[in-house]
Ligand binder design. Structure first.
Ligand SMILES: Nc1ncnc2c1ncn2[C@@H]1O[C@H](COP(=O)(O)OS(=O)(=O)O)[C@@H](OP(=O)(O)O)[C@H]1O
Length: 374
């Protein structure tokens, strides 16, 4: 009975041989596809590209530091890779932030579906410095159609090196031949092993360092820590090892990170100066288009990010992005960027400025660029 039913379904006797063949082939294709999907491979098939660049979708500014900490802290059995898996769209971490209307956040109703291209190791990395303006630079770069970048900080060359190169490559977005892959992890600049590890992977990687007056950078760093630990001792007490002698505590990371010449020396043992671009964190705020021009030249990109992309937001006190393509509103960085700094005694700041002066001079000499911090 069952057999005769099937015979009826597959009874092609009335069809010509040619038609039979095409029906047969069609069925083979359908069965193969069904088998493929049931085996779980459908997800890896190329999907339509709703937004070829996906840069707009990926715009995440000011990743919530606490959330980042929580997601990326290896001691909590997490990793950047797990962020990718846990959240719909790697870059949408910021969508969990509380924020004002102008915060840059992804449009969650559009899915990221760029499965074309391949995942490659970054050709350019923003290696530092913490609180220099690295997030702003990355997000401004992501407007460029030939740039694709990881939203969160991978921390591969400092925290997750043991996860292996394939783990790192897998974090990268897919890129087409014409596009470059980028990531930013500001702690690489001050990580002793980072240059050696990166050099072992590729000596051709372009390195971008966003630098900012080390004194304001230290205050910014302190402000960030204070926002997470309200009971933190004062800036003054952390700055000095001995307040009577005025000896600066260089073991405090907020101070140590600002000794740029020392960290750069470590990098120059592996990479020539020509591989570096030093971006002024100050100019990134006062003249974002100008600084972006230099960055695009360095990366060999057409100068497509220009002054028409920026406007100065008076409330935020920083440049923000005018309506990016496909978006209905302007976008500023999140609340964790551009926090008001606490008042620090002018004497403390002066002492710190004196401390940094020789290191700054050395840094200007090494880079051939006077950043005007003194
Ligand atoms: N356009 C724009 N909008 C907001 N903020 C801007 C912008 N450009 C540069 N900056 C400065 O970036 C500082 C934060 O630096 P980072 O992004 O490198 O910080 S982090 O290391 O990733 O935490 C941040 O430091 P604070 O002002 O101390 O919060 C800003 O001064």
């Amino acid at each position: 009975m069952g057999c005769s039913k099937w015979r009826a379904v597959f009874n092609f006797g009335h069809l010509k041989a040619q038609s039979k063949l095409s029906v047969f082939l069609t069925m083979i294709i359908i069965f193969t596809y069904l088998f493929y999907c049931l085996s779980g491979y459908c997800e890896s098939l190329p999907r339509p590209v709703y937004d070829q660049q996906t840069t707009f979708i990926n715009k995440i500014l000011g990743l919530n530091d606490e959330l980042k900490q929580q997601k990326l802290d290896p001691h909590k059995n997490s990793s950047p890779g797990s962020v990718v898996r846990e959240l719909p769209g790697f870059d949408s971490v910021d969508s969990l932030m509380q924020g004002n209307d102008n915060e840059l956040r992804p449009d969650n109703n559009i899915s990221i579906a760029n499965n074309f291209g391949s995942k490659t190791f970054p050709q350019a990395i923003i290696i530092g410095v913490k609180k220099g303006g690295t997030r702003a630079l990355l997000e401004f770069l992501r407007i460029h159609p030939d740039v694709r970048a990881v939203g969160a900080e991978p921390h591969f060359f400092d925290r997750f090196y043991d996860n292996g190169l394939e783990w790192y490559r897998n974090l990268m977005p897919r890129t087409l031949e014409s596009q470059i892959t980028m990531e930013k992890t500001p702690s690489y600049f001050v990580t002793k092993e980072a240059p050696r590890r990166l050099f072992a992977l590729s000596r051709h990687t372009k390195l971008i360092v966003v630098v900012r007056d080390p004194v304001t950078r230290a205050v910014s760093d302190y402000t960030q820590t204070l926002s997470k630990q309200p009971g933190l001792p004062s800036f003054q007490s952390l700055t000095f090892r001995n307040s009577t002698t005025g000896l600066i505590d260089t073991s405090w990371s907020a101070v140590r990170i600002g000794i740029y010449a020392k960290h750069l020396e470590n990098w120059l043992r592996y990479f020539p100066l020509s591989k570096f671009l030093f971006v002024s964190g100050e100019r990134l705020v006062t003249d974002p288009a100008g600084e972006m021009g230099r960055v695009q030249d360095f990366l060999g990109l057409k100068r497509l990010v220009t002054d028409k992309h920026f406007y100065f937001n008076q409330t935020k006190g920083f440049p923000c992005l005018k309506k990016p393509e496909g978006s209905s509103r302007p976008r500023c960085l999140g609340k964790s960027k551009g926090r008001p700094h606490p008042q620090i005694s002018p004497e403390v700041l002066l002492r710190l400025r004196e401390f940094y002066r020789p290191f700054n001079m050395k840094f200007y000499q090494m880079t051939g660029h006077d950043f005007g911090w003194d």
